[in-house]
Design a protein around this ligand. Structure first.
Ligand SMILES: *Cc1c(COP(=O)(O)O)cnc(C)c1O
Length: 510
């Protein structure tokens, strides 16, 4: 048994530990394999011990276990050949900054535990607010560093950002009036009664992220009251359907808490018609939320930002730092057009969060929160809009490259025209012609599921899969899903991924 180094560790012990961790990290950051073949259940007995060890484990022995049992079997999400999910490589400066964030252990819940970091977080929110809404110097001079103004909130991710936005929307839609204290005080049942509504709903497309249903559940709206209208062939919310559902809700006195537009759906990267949805929300006087967790990064490209036109009319916008803004997992944002909106969720406590306070915790879901905002603050400064623009443009160019290759190869079929850096396609087994016949759908689906699983098992490269409610022949279709967000993914990697899929497909029985 070794003794645990005291805190702070003496210099040489710390250096040795750093070297070892560095070695483990370097080994992890190789390009391949992207996955080991071991299934989770096959690894489970390495993690079966449920008693906390009585005696301290030496740090070397612990690191050995960490390396062999945990790190060795973690997917290499940073690999240029891992193009299946929204989690990807991080810039070099994240590693040393992560140590600073951990060492300083600031708590953003209140000013007394984070003074300058609170200001730094507010500044970052203001920069992102300006990127979305483009208000003027006078506006930001008044609100950016004003403890009573909330331009946005930092959360652990898009899920809590969406929840925060819809929490504000619900409290505004069912707010205080006369002697009624508001839904936050009185609860949903009393609020609906007071406002004369039968229930409350959230309206969007069937491709809304499932975090919207979680929010509806948590907010007492009910998950089934997220009304999901169908999408068109390009995976965008169908406007006619949307208008019809909104009309029907109003006729039946169902209170619309929010209309939700998605800018970059998780499934397909499609962008809802934001301008038209904003106009619809305005015409019925309800909150318009845009979930740009994935697609918000497009705002940093002069070439592509026009695709999000209408986002500046949203009452609230979600953008994930850890999706496309080069921040590690644990960084989400919600932005509010009106700096006073978040007063609808304000809570106080006697020992902190007092009236007039700057404490960020008074208007947030979470309590204690890390200084994770530093990663986004750093990325925005170190890369600048020029650096981000290069990255975004590069990712969209890579997507166009992959779409073109898929279009040329008879073994594949593109399923939707990409609007961002996510591609949906499928493999056609050699037995099929270029255009599969009606009735081949289910066989093709089974074939593509097996292909995706086999590629994952082999571990050389990775794409994910999803399904579309309505494919080319009108029935549900399994799609291979490529997410092109890694600046290190070169055209040759893309060719390699397709070659591997073609080879696997050729060997699978169709
Ligand atoms: C990823 C994603 C979310 C959820 O974000 P988390 O950071 O995973 O909580 C919400 N909406 C969309 C469109 C997303 O892509």
């Amino acid at each position: 048994m070794q003794s645990v180094p005291p805190i702070p560790a003496n210099g040489s012990a710390m250096e040795r530990l750093r070297d070892r961790v560095d070695q483990i990290a370097r080994e992890f950051l190789r390009a391949d394999p992207v996955n080991t073949a071991a299934a989770p259940c096959a690894l489970a007995d390495r993690f079966a011990e449920t008693r906390i060890p009585a005696g301290a484990l030496g740090i070397d022995e612990y690191l050995d276990r960490l390396r062999d049992d945990v790190v060795a079997h973690a997917p290499r999400t940073s690999s240029p050949l891992y193009i299946g999910h929204m989690t990807t490589a991080l810039p070099w400066f994240v590693r040393p900054l992560a140590e600073l964030v951990a060492v300083m252990n600031q708590n953003l819940v209140k000013i007394e535990t984070s003074k300058s970091f609170t200001l730094c977080e507010r500044q970052t929110l203001a920069m992102m607010h300006r990127l979305v809404y483009g208000a003027g110097d006078e506006f930001y001079g008044r609100h950016a560093q004003n403890g009573d103004s909330t331009l946005g909130a930092v959360t652990s991710g898009g899920t809590l950002a969406n929840l925060t936005a819809l929490w504000c929307a619900r409290n505004a839609a069912l707010g205080p009036s006369g002697t009624f204290p508001g839904v936050d005080e009185a609860g949903v049942a009393a609020a609906l009664r007071h406002h004369g509504c039968t229930d409350a709903v959230i309206v969007g497309s069937e491709l809304m992220h499932y975090s919207i249903a979680k929010a509806a559940d948590l907010l007492g709206i009910g998950a089934r009251n997220t009304l999901r209208v169908r999408v068109d062939a390009e995976c965008r919310a169908d406007l006619g359907e949307l208008r019809r559902v909104v009309d029907e809700c109003r006729r039946n006195r169902r209170r619309i808490v929010a209309i939700v537009g998605v800018a970059g759906t998780t499934d397909a990267g499609s962008i809802d018609p934001l301008r038209e949805m904003a106009a619809l929300a305005r015409s019925v006087g309800c909150h318009f939320h845009v979930d740009a967790a994935w697609g918000g990064a497009l705002l940093l490209s002069r070439t592509h930002r026009g695709r999000l036109a209408g986002i500046e009319q949203a009452d609230s916008v979600t953008i994930d730092g850890h999706k496309q803004l080069l921040s590690p997992i644990g960084t989400g944002l919600v932005l509010f057009r009106d700096p006073g909106l978040a007063r609808t969720i304000e809570k106080r406590a006697r020992y902190i969060l007092r009236r007039g306070t700057w404490d960020l915790g008074k208007r947030s879901v979470e309590g204690s929160r890390s200084a994770a905002i530093l990663f986004l603050h750093a990325a925005l400064h170190i890369l600048g809009t020029d650096g981000f623009e290069q990255m975004v443009d590069g990712n969209l160019r890579r997507t166009a490259y992959m779409a073109a290759r898929i279009g040329e190869r008879p073994e594949f079929e593109l399923l939707t025209r990409p609007q961002m850096n996510i591609l949906l396609y499928r493999a056609l087994p050699p037995a099929f012609t270029r255009t599969p016949g009606v009735g081949d759908g289910e066989r093709l689906n089974v074939f593509n599921v097996r292909l995706q699983k086999e590629q994952r098992r082999r571990g050389r490269s990775f794409v994910s899969r999803t399904s579309l409610e309505r494919g080319p022949d009108g029935a549900a279709v399994v799609a291979l899903r490529a997410v092109l967000a890694n600046p290190l993914t070169a055209d040759a990697h893309i060719d390699g991924v397709l070659d591997e899929q073609a080879a696997i497909a050729a060997g699978l029985p169709s």
